[in-house]
Design a protein around this ligand. Structure first.
Ligand code: SF4
Ligand code: SF4
Length: 124
């Protein structure tokens, strides 16, 4: 079961998780072309080894440890993590479309500051 990045990462994307991931499965990295325009970062579900190192590194607690533990209202972001592939323009565009749709569908969550958003997930 891969780890999942959710909406507190949106517009945060500080890459603290990238720095600690032992298998380099979180994208886009700062040296990848998509980084400047990416709304958030994504974990490659087949490359993630479930080590958990990224969770305490994230300053906004955006990362859940499995699909099952990720709140239902973050479901489209589970899919975005699953389909994002650095260097694949179509996959990048599809993932970003899912993120934009999530933002549009959940103004109540996105109105909360990023560092308080994960704590609020349980209320929705
Ligand atoms: S550490 Fe958290 S906020 Fe920063 S890029 Fe990773 S998931 Fe996003
Ligand atoms: S759980 Fe480990 S392997 Fe998976 S994204 Fe986080 S740091 Fe990388």
């Amino acid at each position: 079961m891969p780890f999942i990045i959710t909406d507190p990462c949106i517009d945060t994307k500080d890459t603290a998780c990238v720095d600690v991931c032992p298998v380099d499965c979180i994208h886009p990295r700062k040296d990848e072309a998509e980084f400047a325009t990416a709304t958030m970062l994504y974990i490659h579900p087949e490359e993630c080894i479930d080590c958990g190192a990224c969770v305490p590194a994230c300053p906004v607690a955006a990362i859940y440890e499995s699909v099952d533990s990720t709140p239902a209202h973050q479901k489209s972001l589970i899919e975005a993590n699953a389909i994002y592939r650095a260097g694949d323009a179509d996959a990048v565009a599809k993932a970003e479309e899912l993120v934009k749709a999530h933002v549009a569908a959940h103004p109540e969550i996105m109105a909360i500051a990023a560092d308080e958003r994960q704590a609020a997930h349980a209320k929705f």
